[in-house]
Design a protein around this ligand. Structure first.
Ligand code: SF4
Length: 693
């Protein structure tokens, strides 16, 4: 083991810098000074080294036996079997019967190579990834408005000088605690405004004069934003000069929001007119104003519209691409940003290019050394891909890398049934996740500190992940697995295994695209110089986007008028409530990793349903008592946490837990028609106290 290694946390998109220190006793973690975390880490980061020595690591390939158990296999036997079944699946049912499911935690190199492997080695269009559940609606909105999607189009440090920060639907105090250091300036100025149906740890940061908390009805974010736009326009708070110089589409927006007058918005959202007006005026008056959205706004069937409305509000206030102000979306997964740039999305090629663009196909085909026609066309988004399992003409063979869809996908029991109906399932993971447990073949892979790579943080900064410890003898990198399978499948291109070489190829493939990495290399990243994309060859990167122009041909942002339907609040009788799902401080995503870290499990061993004391009293639910939570798709059984921090009409369940505590047993797999984002944040459920609970 290297004595000390400068690297980054394996979990969320803040990508906190850390030093791994090795000695005879194992590996310990120290926070490292870096602009995003300034030496700070959260509980997950401090305990992340425990993943490396976990007794639950899978250390050899595992093959399912006829009677259902798993047996150890050699790598040759496992890969021969996988390649044979992939080839047979293609021959028998067509290339699109083979699916590939990737993850937003994969390094840039792996995400790139996975997309290339799917298209060239398998010839399938059926590839998508779990970022579809996280960032797809914000990404679609950003691409449509700006011609480019980078979560934060400015460095995180820029927030330090803000006097007003509006955070909609993100609990950063728990999901990425070091981030709240960047809110200190706004809090000191009394300008932190948090919009969330729960009084979260982030909402509590607004107390004692630091700002305000708006607690709307779940799922009413779009109406709230349209109402704010209406107030900005009717009170003449819009920046007309900016709108004239830098945007198109304002007139249509003005016409479309007339119907969302404050009293009507209050009726829909539950947010008082006075709070709405105060917020609109504060946003317009602030010297240094930022609007940030998170999954609470975006994970809806109208998520693209809601993110678009937040962008429209930012544009008419003149915030985007101007100094000391901006709009951004807070990416969640560790490589949620890079994961969506390099080709594991069903409709994209490396460089964040559209797969339907002939010029993009020609460029990437040139780098890959193939004819453009050998690259399949656009596939289908994740929820649709998973729903096709077991259907005629659907997916019959599936490879899963870096995802635990049994826990993380909506309508989880349907996903479980679909996986069980497959002809063949291969899962690459370092733990026996709930998805791996259903596989025919499980391939054990290296972890974050066991190999080199790059990640792209929530601010579009490309950073180096470095090898700190040797991997266990029996595990392999996904890059090696792709090469071995590609060779067995006679793929028409080479698949390198050295991360630096893969990165160089990725950079060439990205040249000229929206996410252009062509000026980057491991050598440059190792100097420690900040590297924000686009970073074309010969440039020094782009920390701040849109300063002069947006990425549309005319340089102007698109104000795209979006409309909201009138929604009825669910009846609050007989235990009918609205469920929202989200994250806890101690766990990450499906919990496949953090549920294996003893300290984190000790702190948060199980899912608990948050509900308001008045609601609990009405239903006869005691704090700590057992409840059934039922939707039309399934039932969750868990304990209750009675708290005044949530609305009377709303309940909250974290989504990190499996089995009968799995929140996604309840959620629907209906999706946003623009982005394919499922509805995670508004599910009608019935809550029932269990006898003796
Ligand atoms: Fe890791 Fe995110 Fe915690 Fe930082 S905030 S230590 S990146 S999980």
């Amino acid at each position: 083991m290297t004595p000390t290694t400068a690297t980054h946390c394996p979990y969320c998109a803040l990508q906190c810098a850390m030093t791994l220190i090795g000695d005879a006793g194992g590996v310990t973690v120290a926070g490292r000074d870096f602009p995003t975390n300034r030496g700070g880490l959260c509980k997950k980061g401090w305990t992340s080294a425990e993943l490396l020595s976990s007794p639950e690591r899978i250390l050899e390939p595992m093959l399912r036996q006829p009677e259902g158990s798993f047996a150890v296999a050699t790598w040759d036997d496992a890969l021969d079997l996988v390649a044979a079944r992939l080839a047979a699946g293609r021959a028998g049912h067509g290339a699109d019967s083979v699916g590939v499911f990737g993850g937003g935690g994969l390094t840039n190199e792996k995400a790139y190579q996975l997309g290339k492997f799917a298209r060239l080695a398998l010839g399938t269009s059926r590839i998508d990834y779990n970022g579809r559940f996280c960032m797809s609606s914000a990404a679609a909105a950003g691409n449509r408005a700006f011609g480019l999607d980078r979560g934060l189009p400015f460095p995180v440090e820029d927030l330090d000088d803000a006097s007003t920060i509006l955070i909609l639907g993100s609990n950063v105090a728990q999901t990425m605690p070091p981030f709240i250091g960047h809110l200190a300036g706004a809090r000191a100025a009394g300008g932190l405004i948090v919009v969330d149906p729960r009084r979260t740890a982030t909402a509590r940061l607004t107390e004692n004069g630091a700002g305000s908390h708006l607690q709307p009805t779940p799922g009413s974010d779009l109406v709230l934003l349209l109402g704010l736009i209406n107030i900005v326009i009717t009170e003449n708070l819009a920046d007309l000069d900016y709108i004239d110089r830098r945007t198109v589409g304002f007139d249509e927006l003005r016409r479309s929001v007339g119907q969302w007058w404050p009293e009507r918005v209050q009726a829909q959202t539950g947010v008082p007119v006075r709070q709405l007006r105060d917020l609109a005026r504060r946003l317009a008056a602030g010297d240094g104003t930022y609007i940030l959205t998170g999954r609470g706004v975006e994970q809806h069937v109208d998520g693209t519209a809601a993110a678009t409305a937040a962008i429209n509000l930012s544009l008419i206030l003149g915030l985007v691409g101007t100094s000391h102000s901006g709009y951004g979306t807070l990416t969640g997964q560790g490589n949620g940003q890079g994961g969506r740039e390099h080709g594991q999305k069903c409709d994209q090629l490396p460089g964040y290019r559209k797969i339907t663009d002939p010029a993009a196909r020609a460029h990437v085909a040139g780098v890959w050394g193939v004819h453009p026609d050998s690259i399949p066309g656009a596939g289908i988004p994740a929820v649709e891909l998973l729903a096709s399992m077991g259907e005629p003409d659907g997916i019959r063979t599936l490879l899963v890398h870096g995802a635990n869809v049994v826990v993380s996908a909506p309508n989880a029991e349907r996903v479980r049934a679909g996986l069980a109906a497959l002809d063949f399932l291969v899962v690459s993971d370092f733990f026996f996740s709930e998805t791996a447990a259903l596989a025919d073949v499980v391939l054990p892979v290296t972890q974050w500190a066991e190999e080199d790579g790059t990640m792209t943080s929530l601010e579009g900064r490309v950073i180096r992940r470095r090898t700190a410890v040797a991997a266990p003898a029996g595990v392999r990198s996904e890059l090696w697995i792709f090469q071995e399978l590609a060779r067995r499948l006679n793929a028409p291109s080479s698949f390198r295994t050295d991360p630096a070489e893969v990165f160089d190829e990725l950079c060439r493939a990205s040249a000229g695209g929206p996410a252009d990495y062509s000026g980057l290399s491991y050598g440059l990243l190792d100097t420690g110089e900040p590297a924000y994309w686009p970073y074309p060859a010969g440039s020094t990167g782009t920390p701040r986007l849109f300063q002069e122009r947006f990425r549309h041909a005319d340089g102007r942002a698109r104000i795209h008028a979006v409309r909201a339907g009138v929604t009825d609040a669910p009846a609050q009788t007989g235990g009918i409530l609205t469920l929202i799902t989200g994250r806890l401080l101690e766990h990450y995503q499906s919990g496949a990793q953090t549920r294996r870290v003893p300290e984190l499990v000790l702190a948060r061993p199980e899912a608990r349903l948050q509900l308001h004391p008045a609601t609990a009293a009405q239903l006869g639910v005691a704090d700590g008592g057992w409840v059934d939570v039922t939707s039309s798709r399934g039932v969750v059984r868990c304990r209750a946490e009675v708290t005044g921090d949530i609305r009377h009409d709303t309940v909250f369940l974290p989504f990190h837990f499996p089995g009968e505590q799995s929140a996604n047993r309840l959620t629907a797999d209906t999706t946003d028609p623009v982005s394919g984002m499922p509805e995670f944040k508004r599910t009608t459920v019935r809550v029932r106290a269990l006898a003796g609970g």
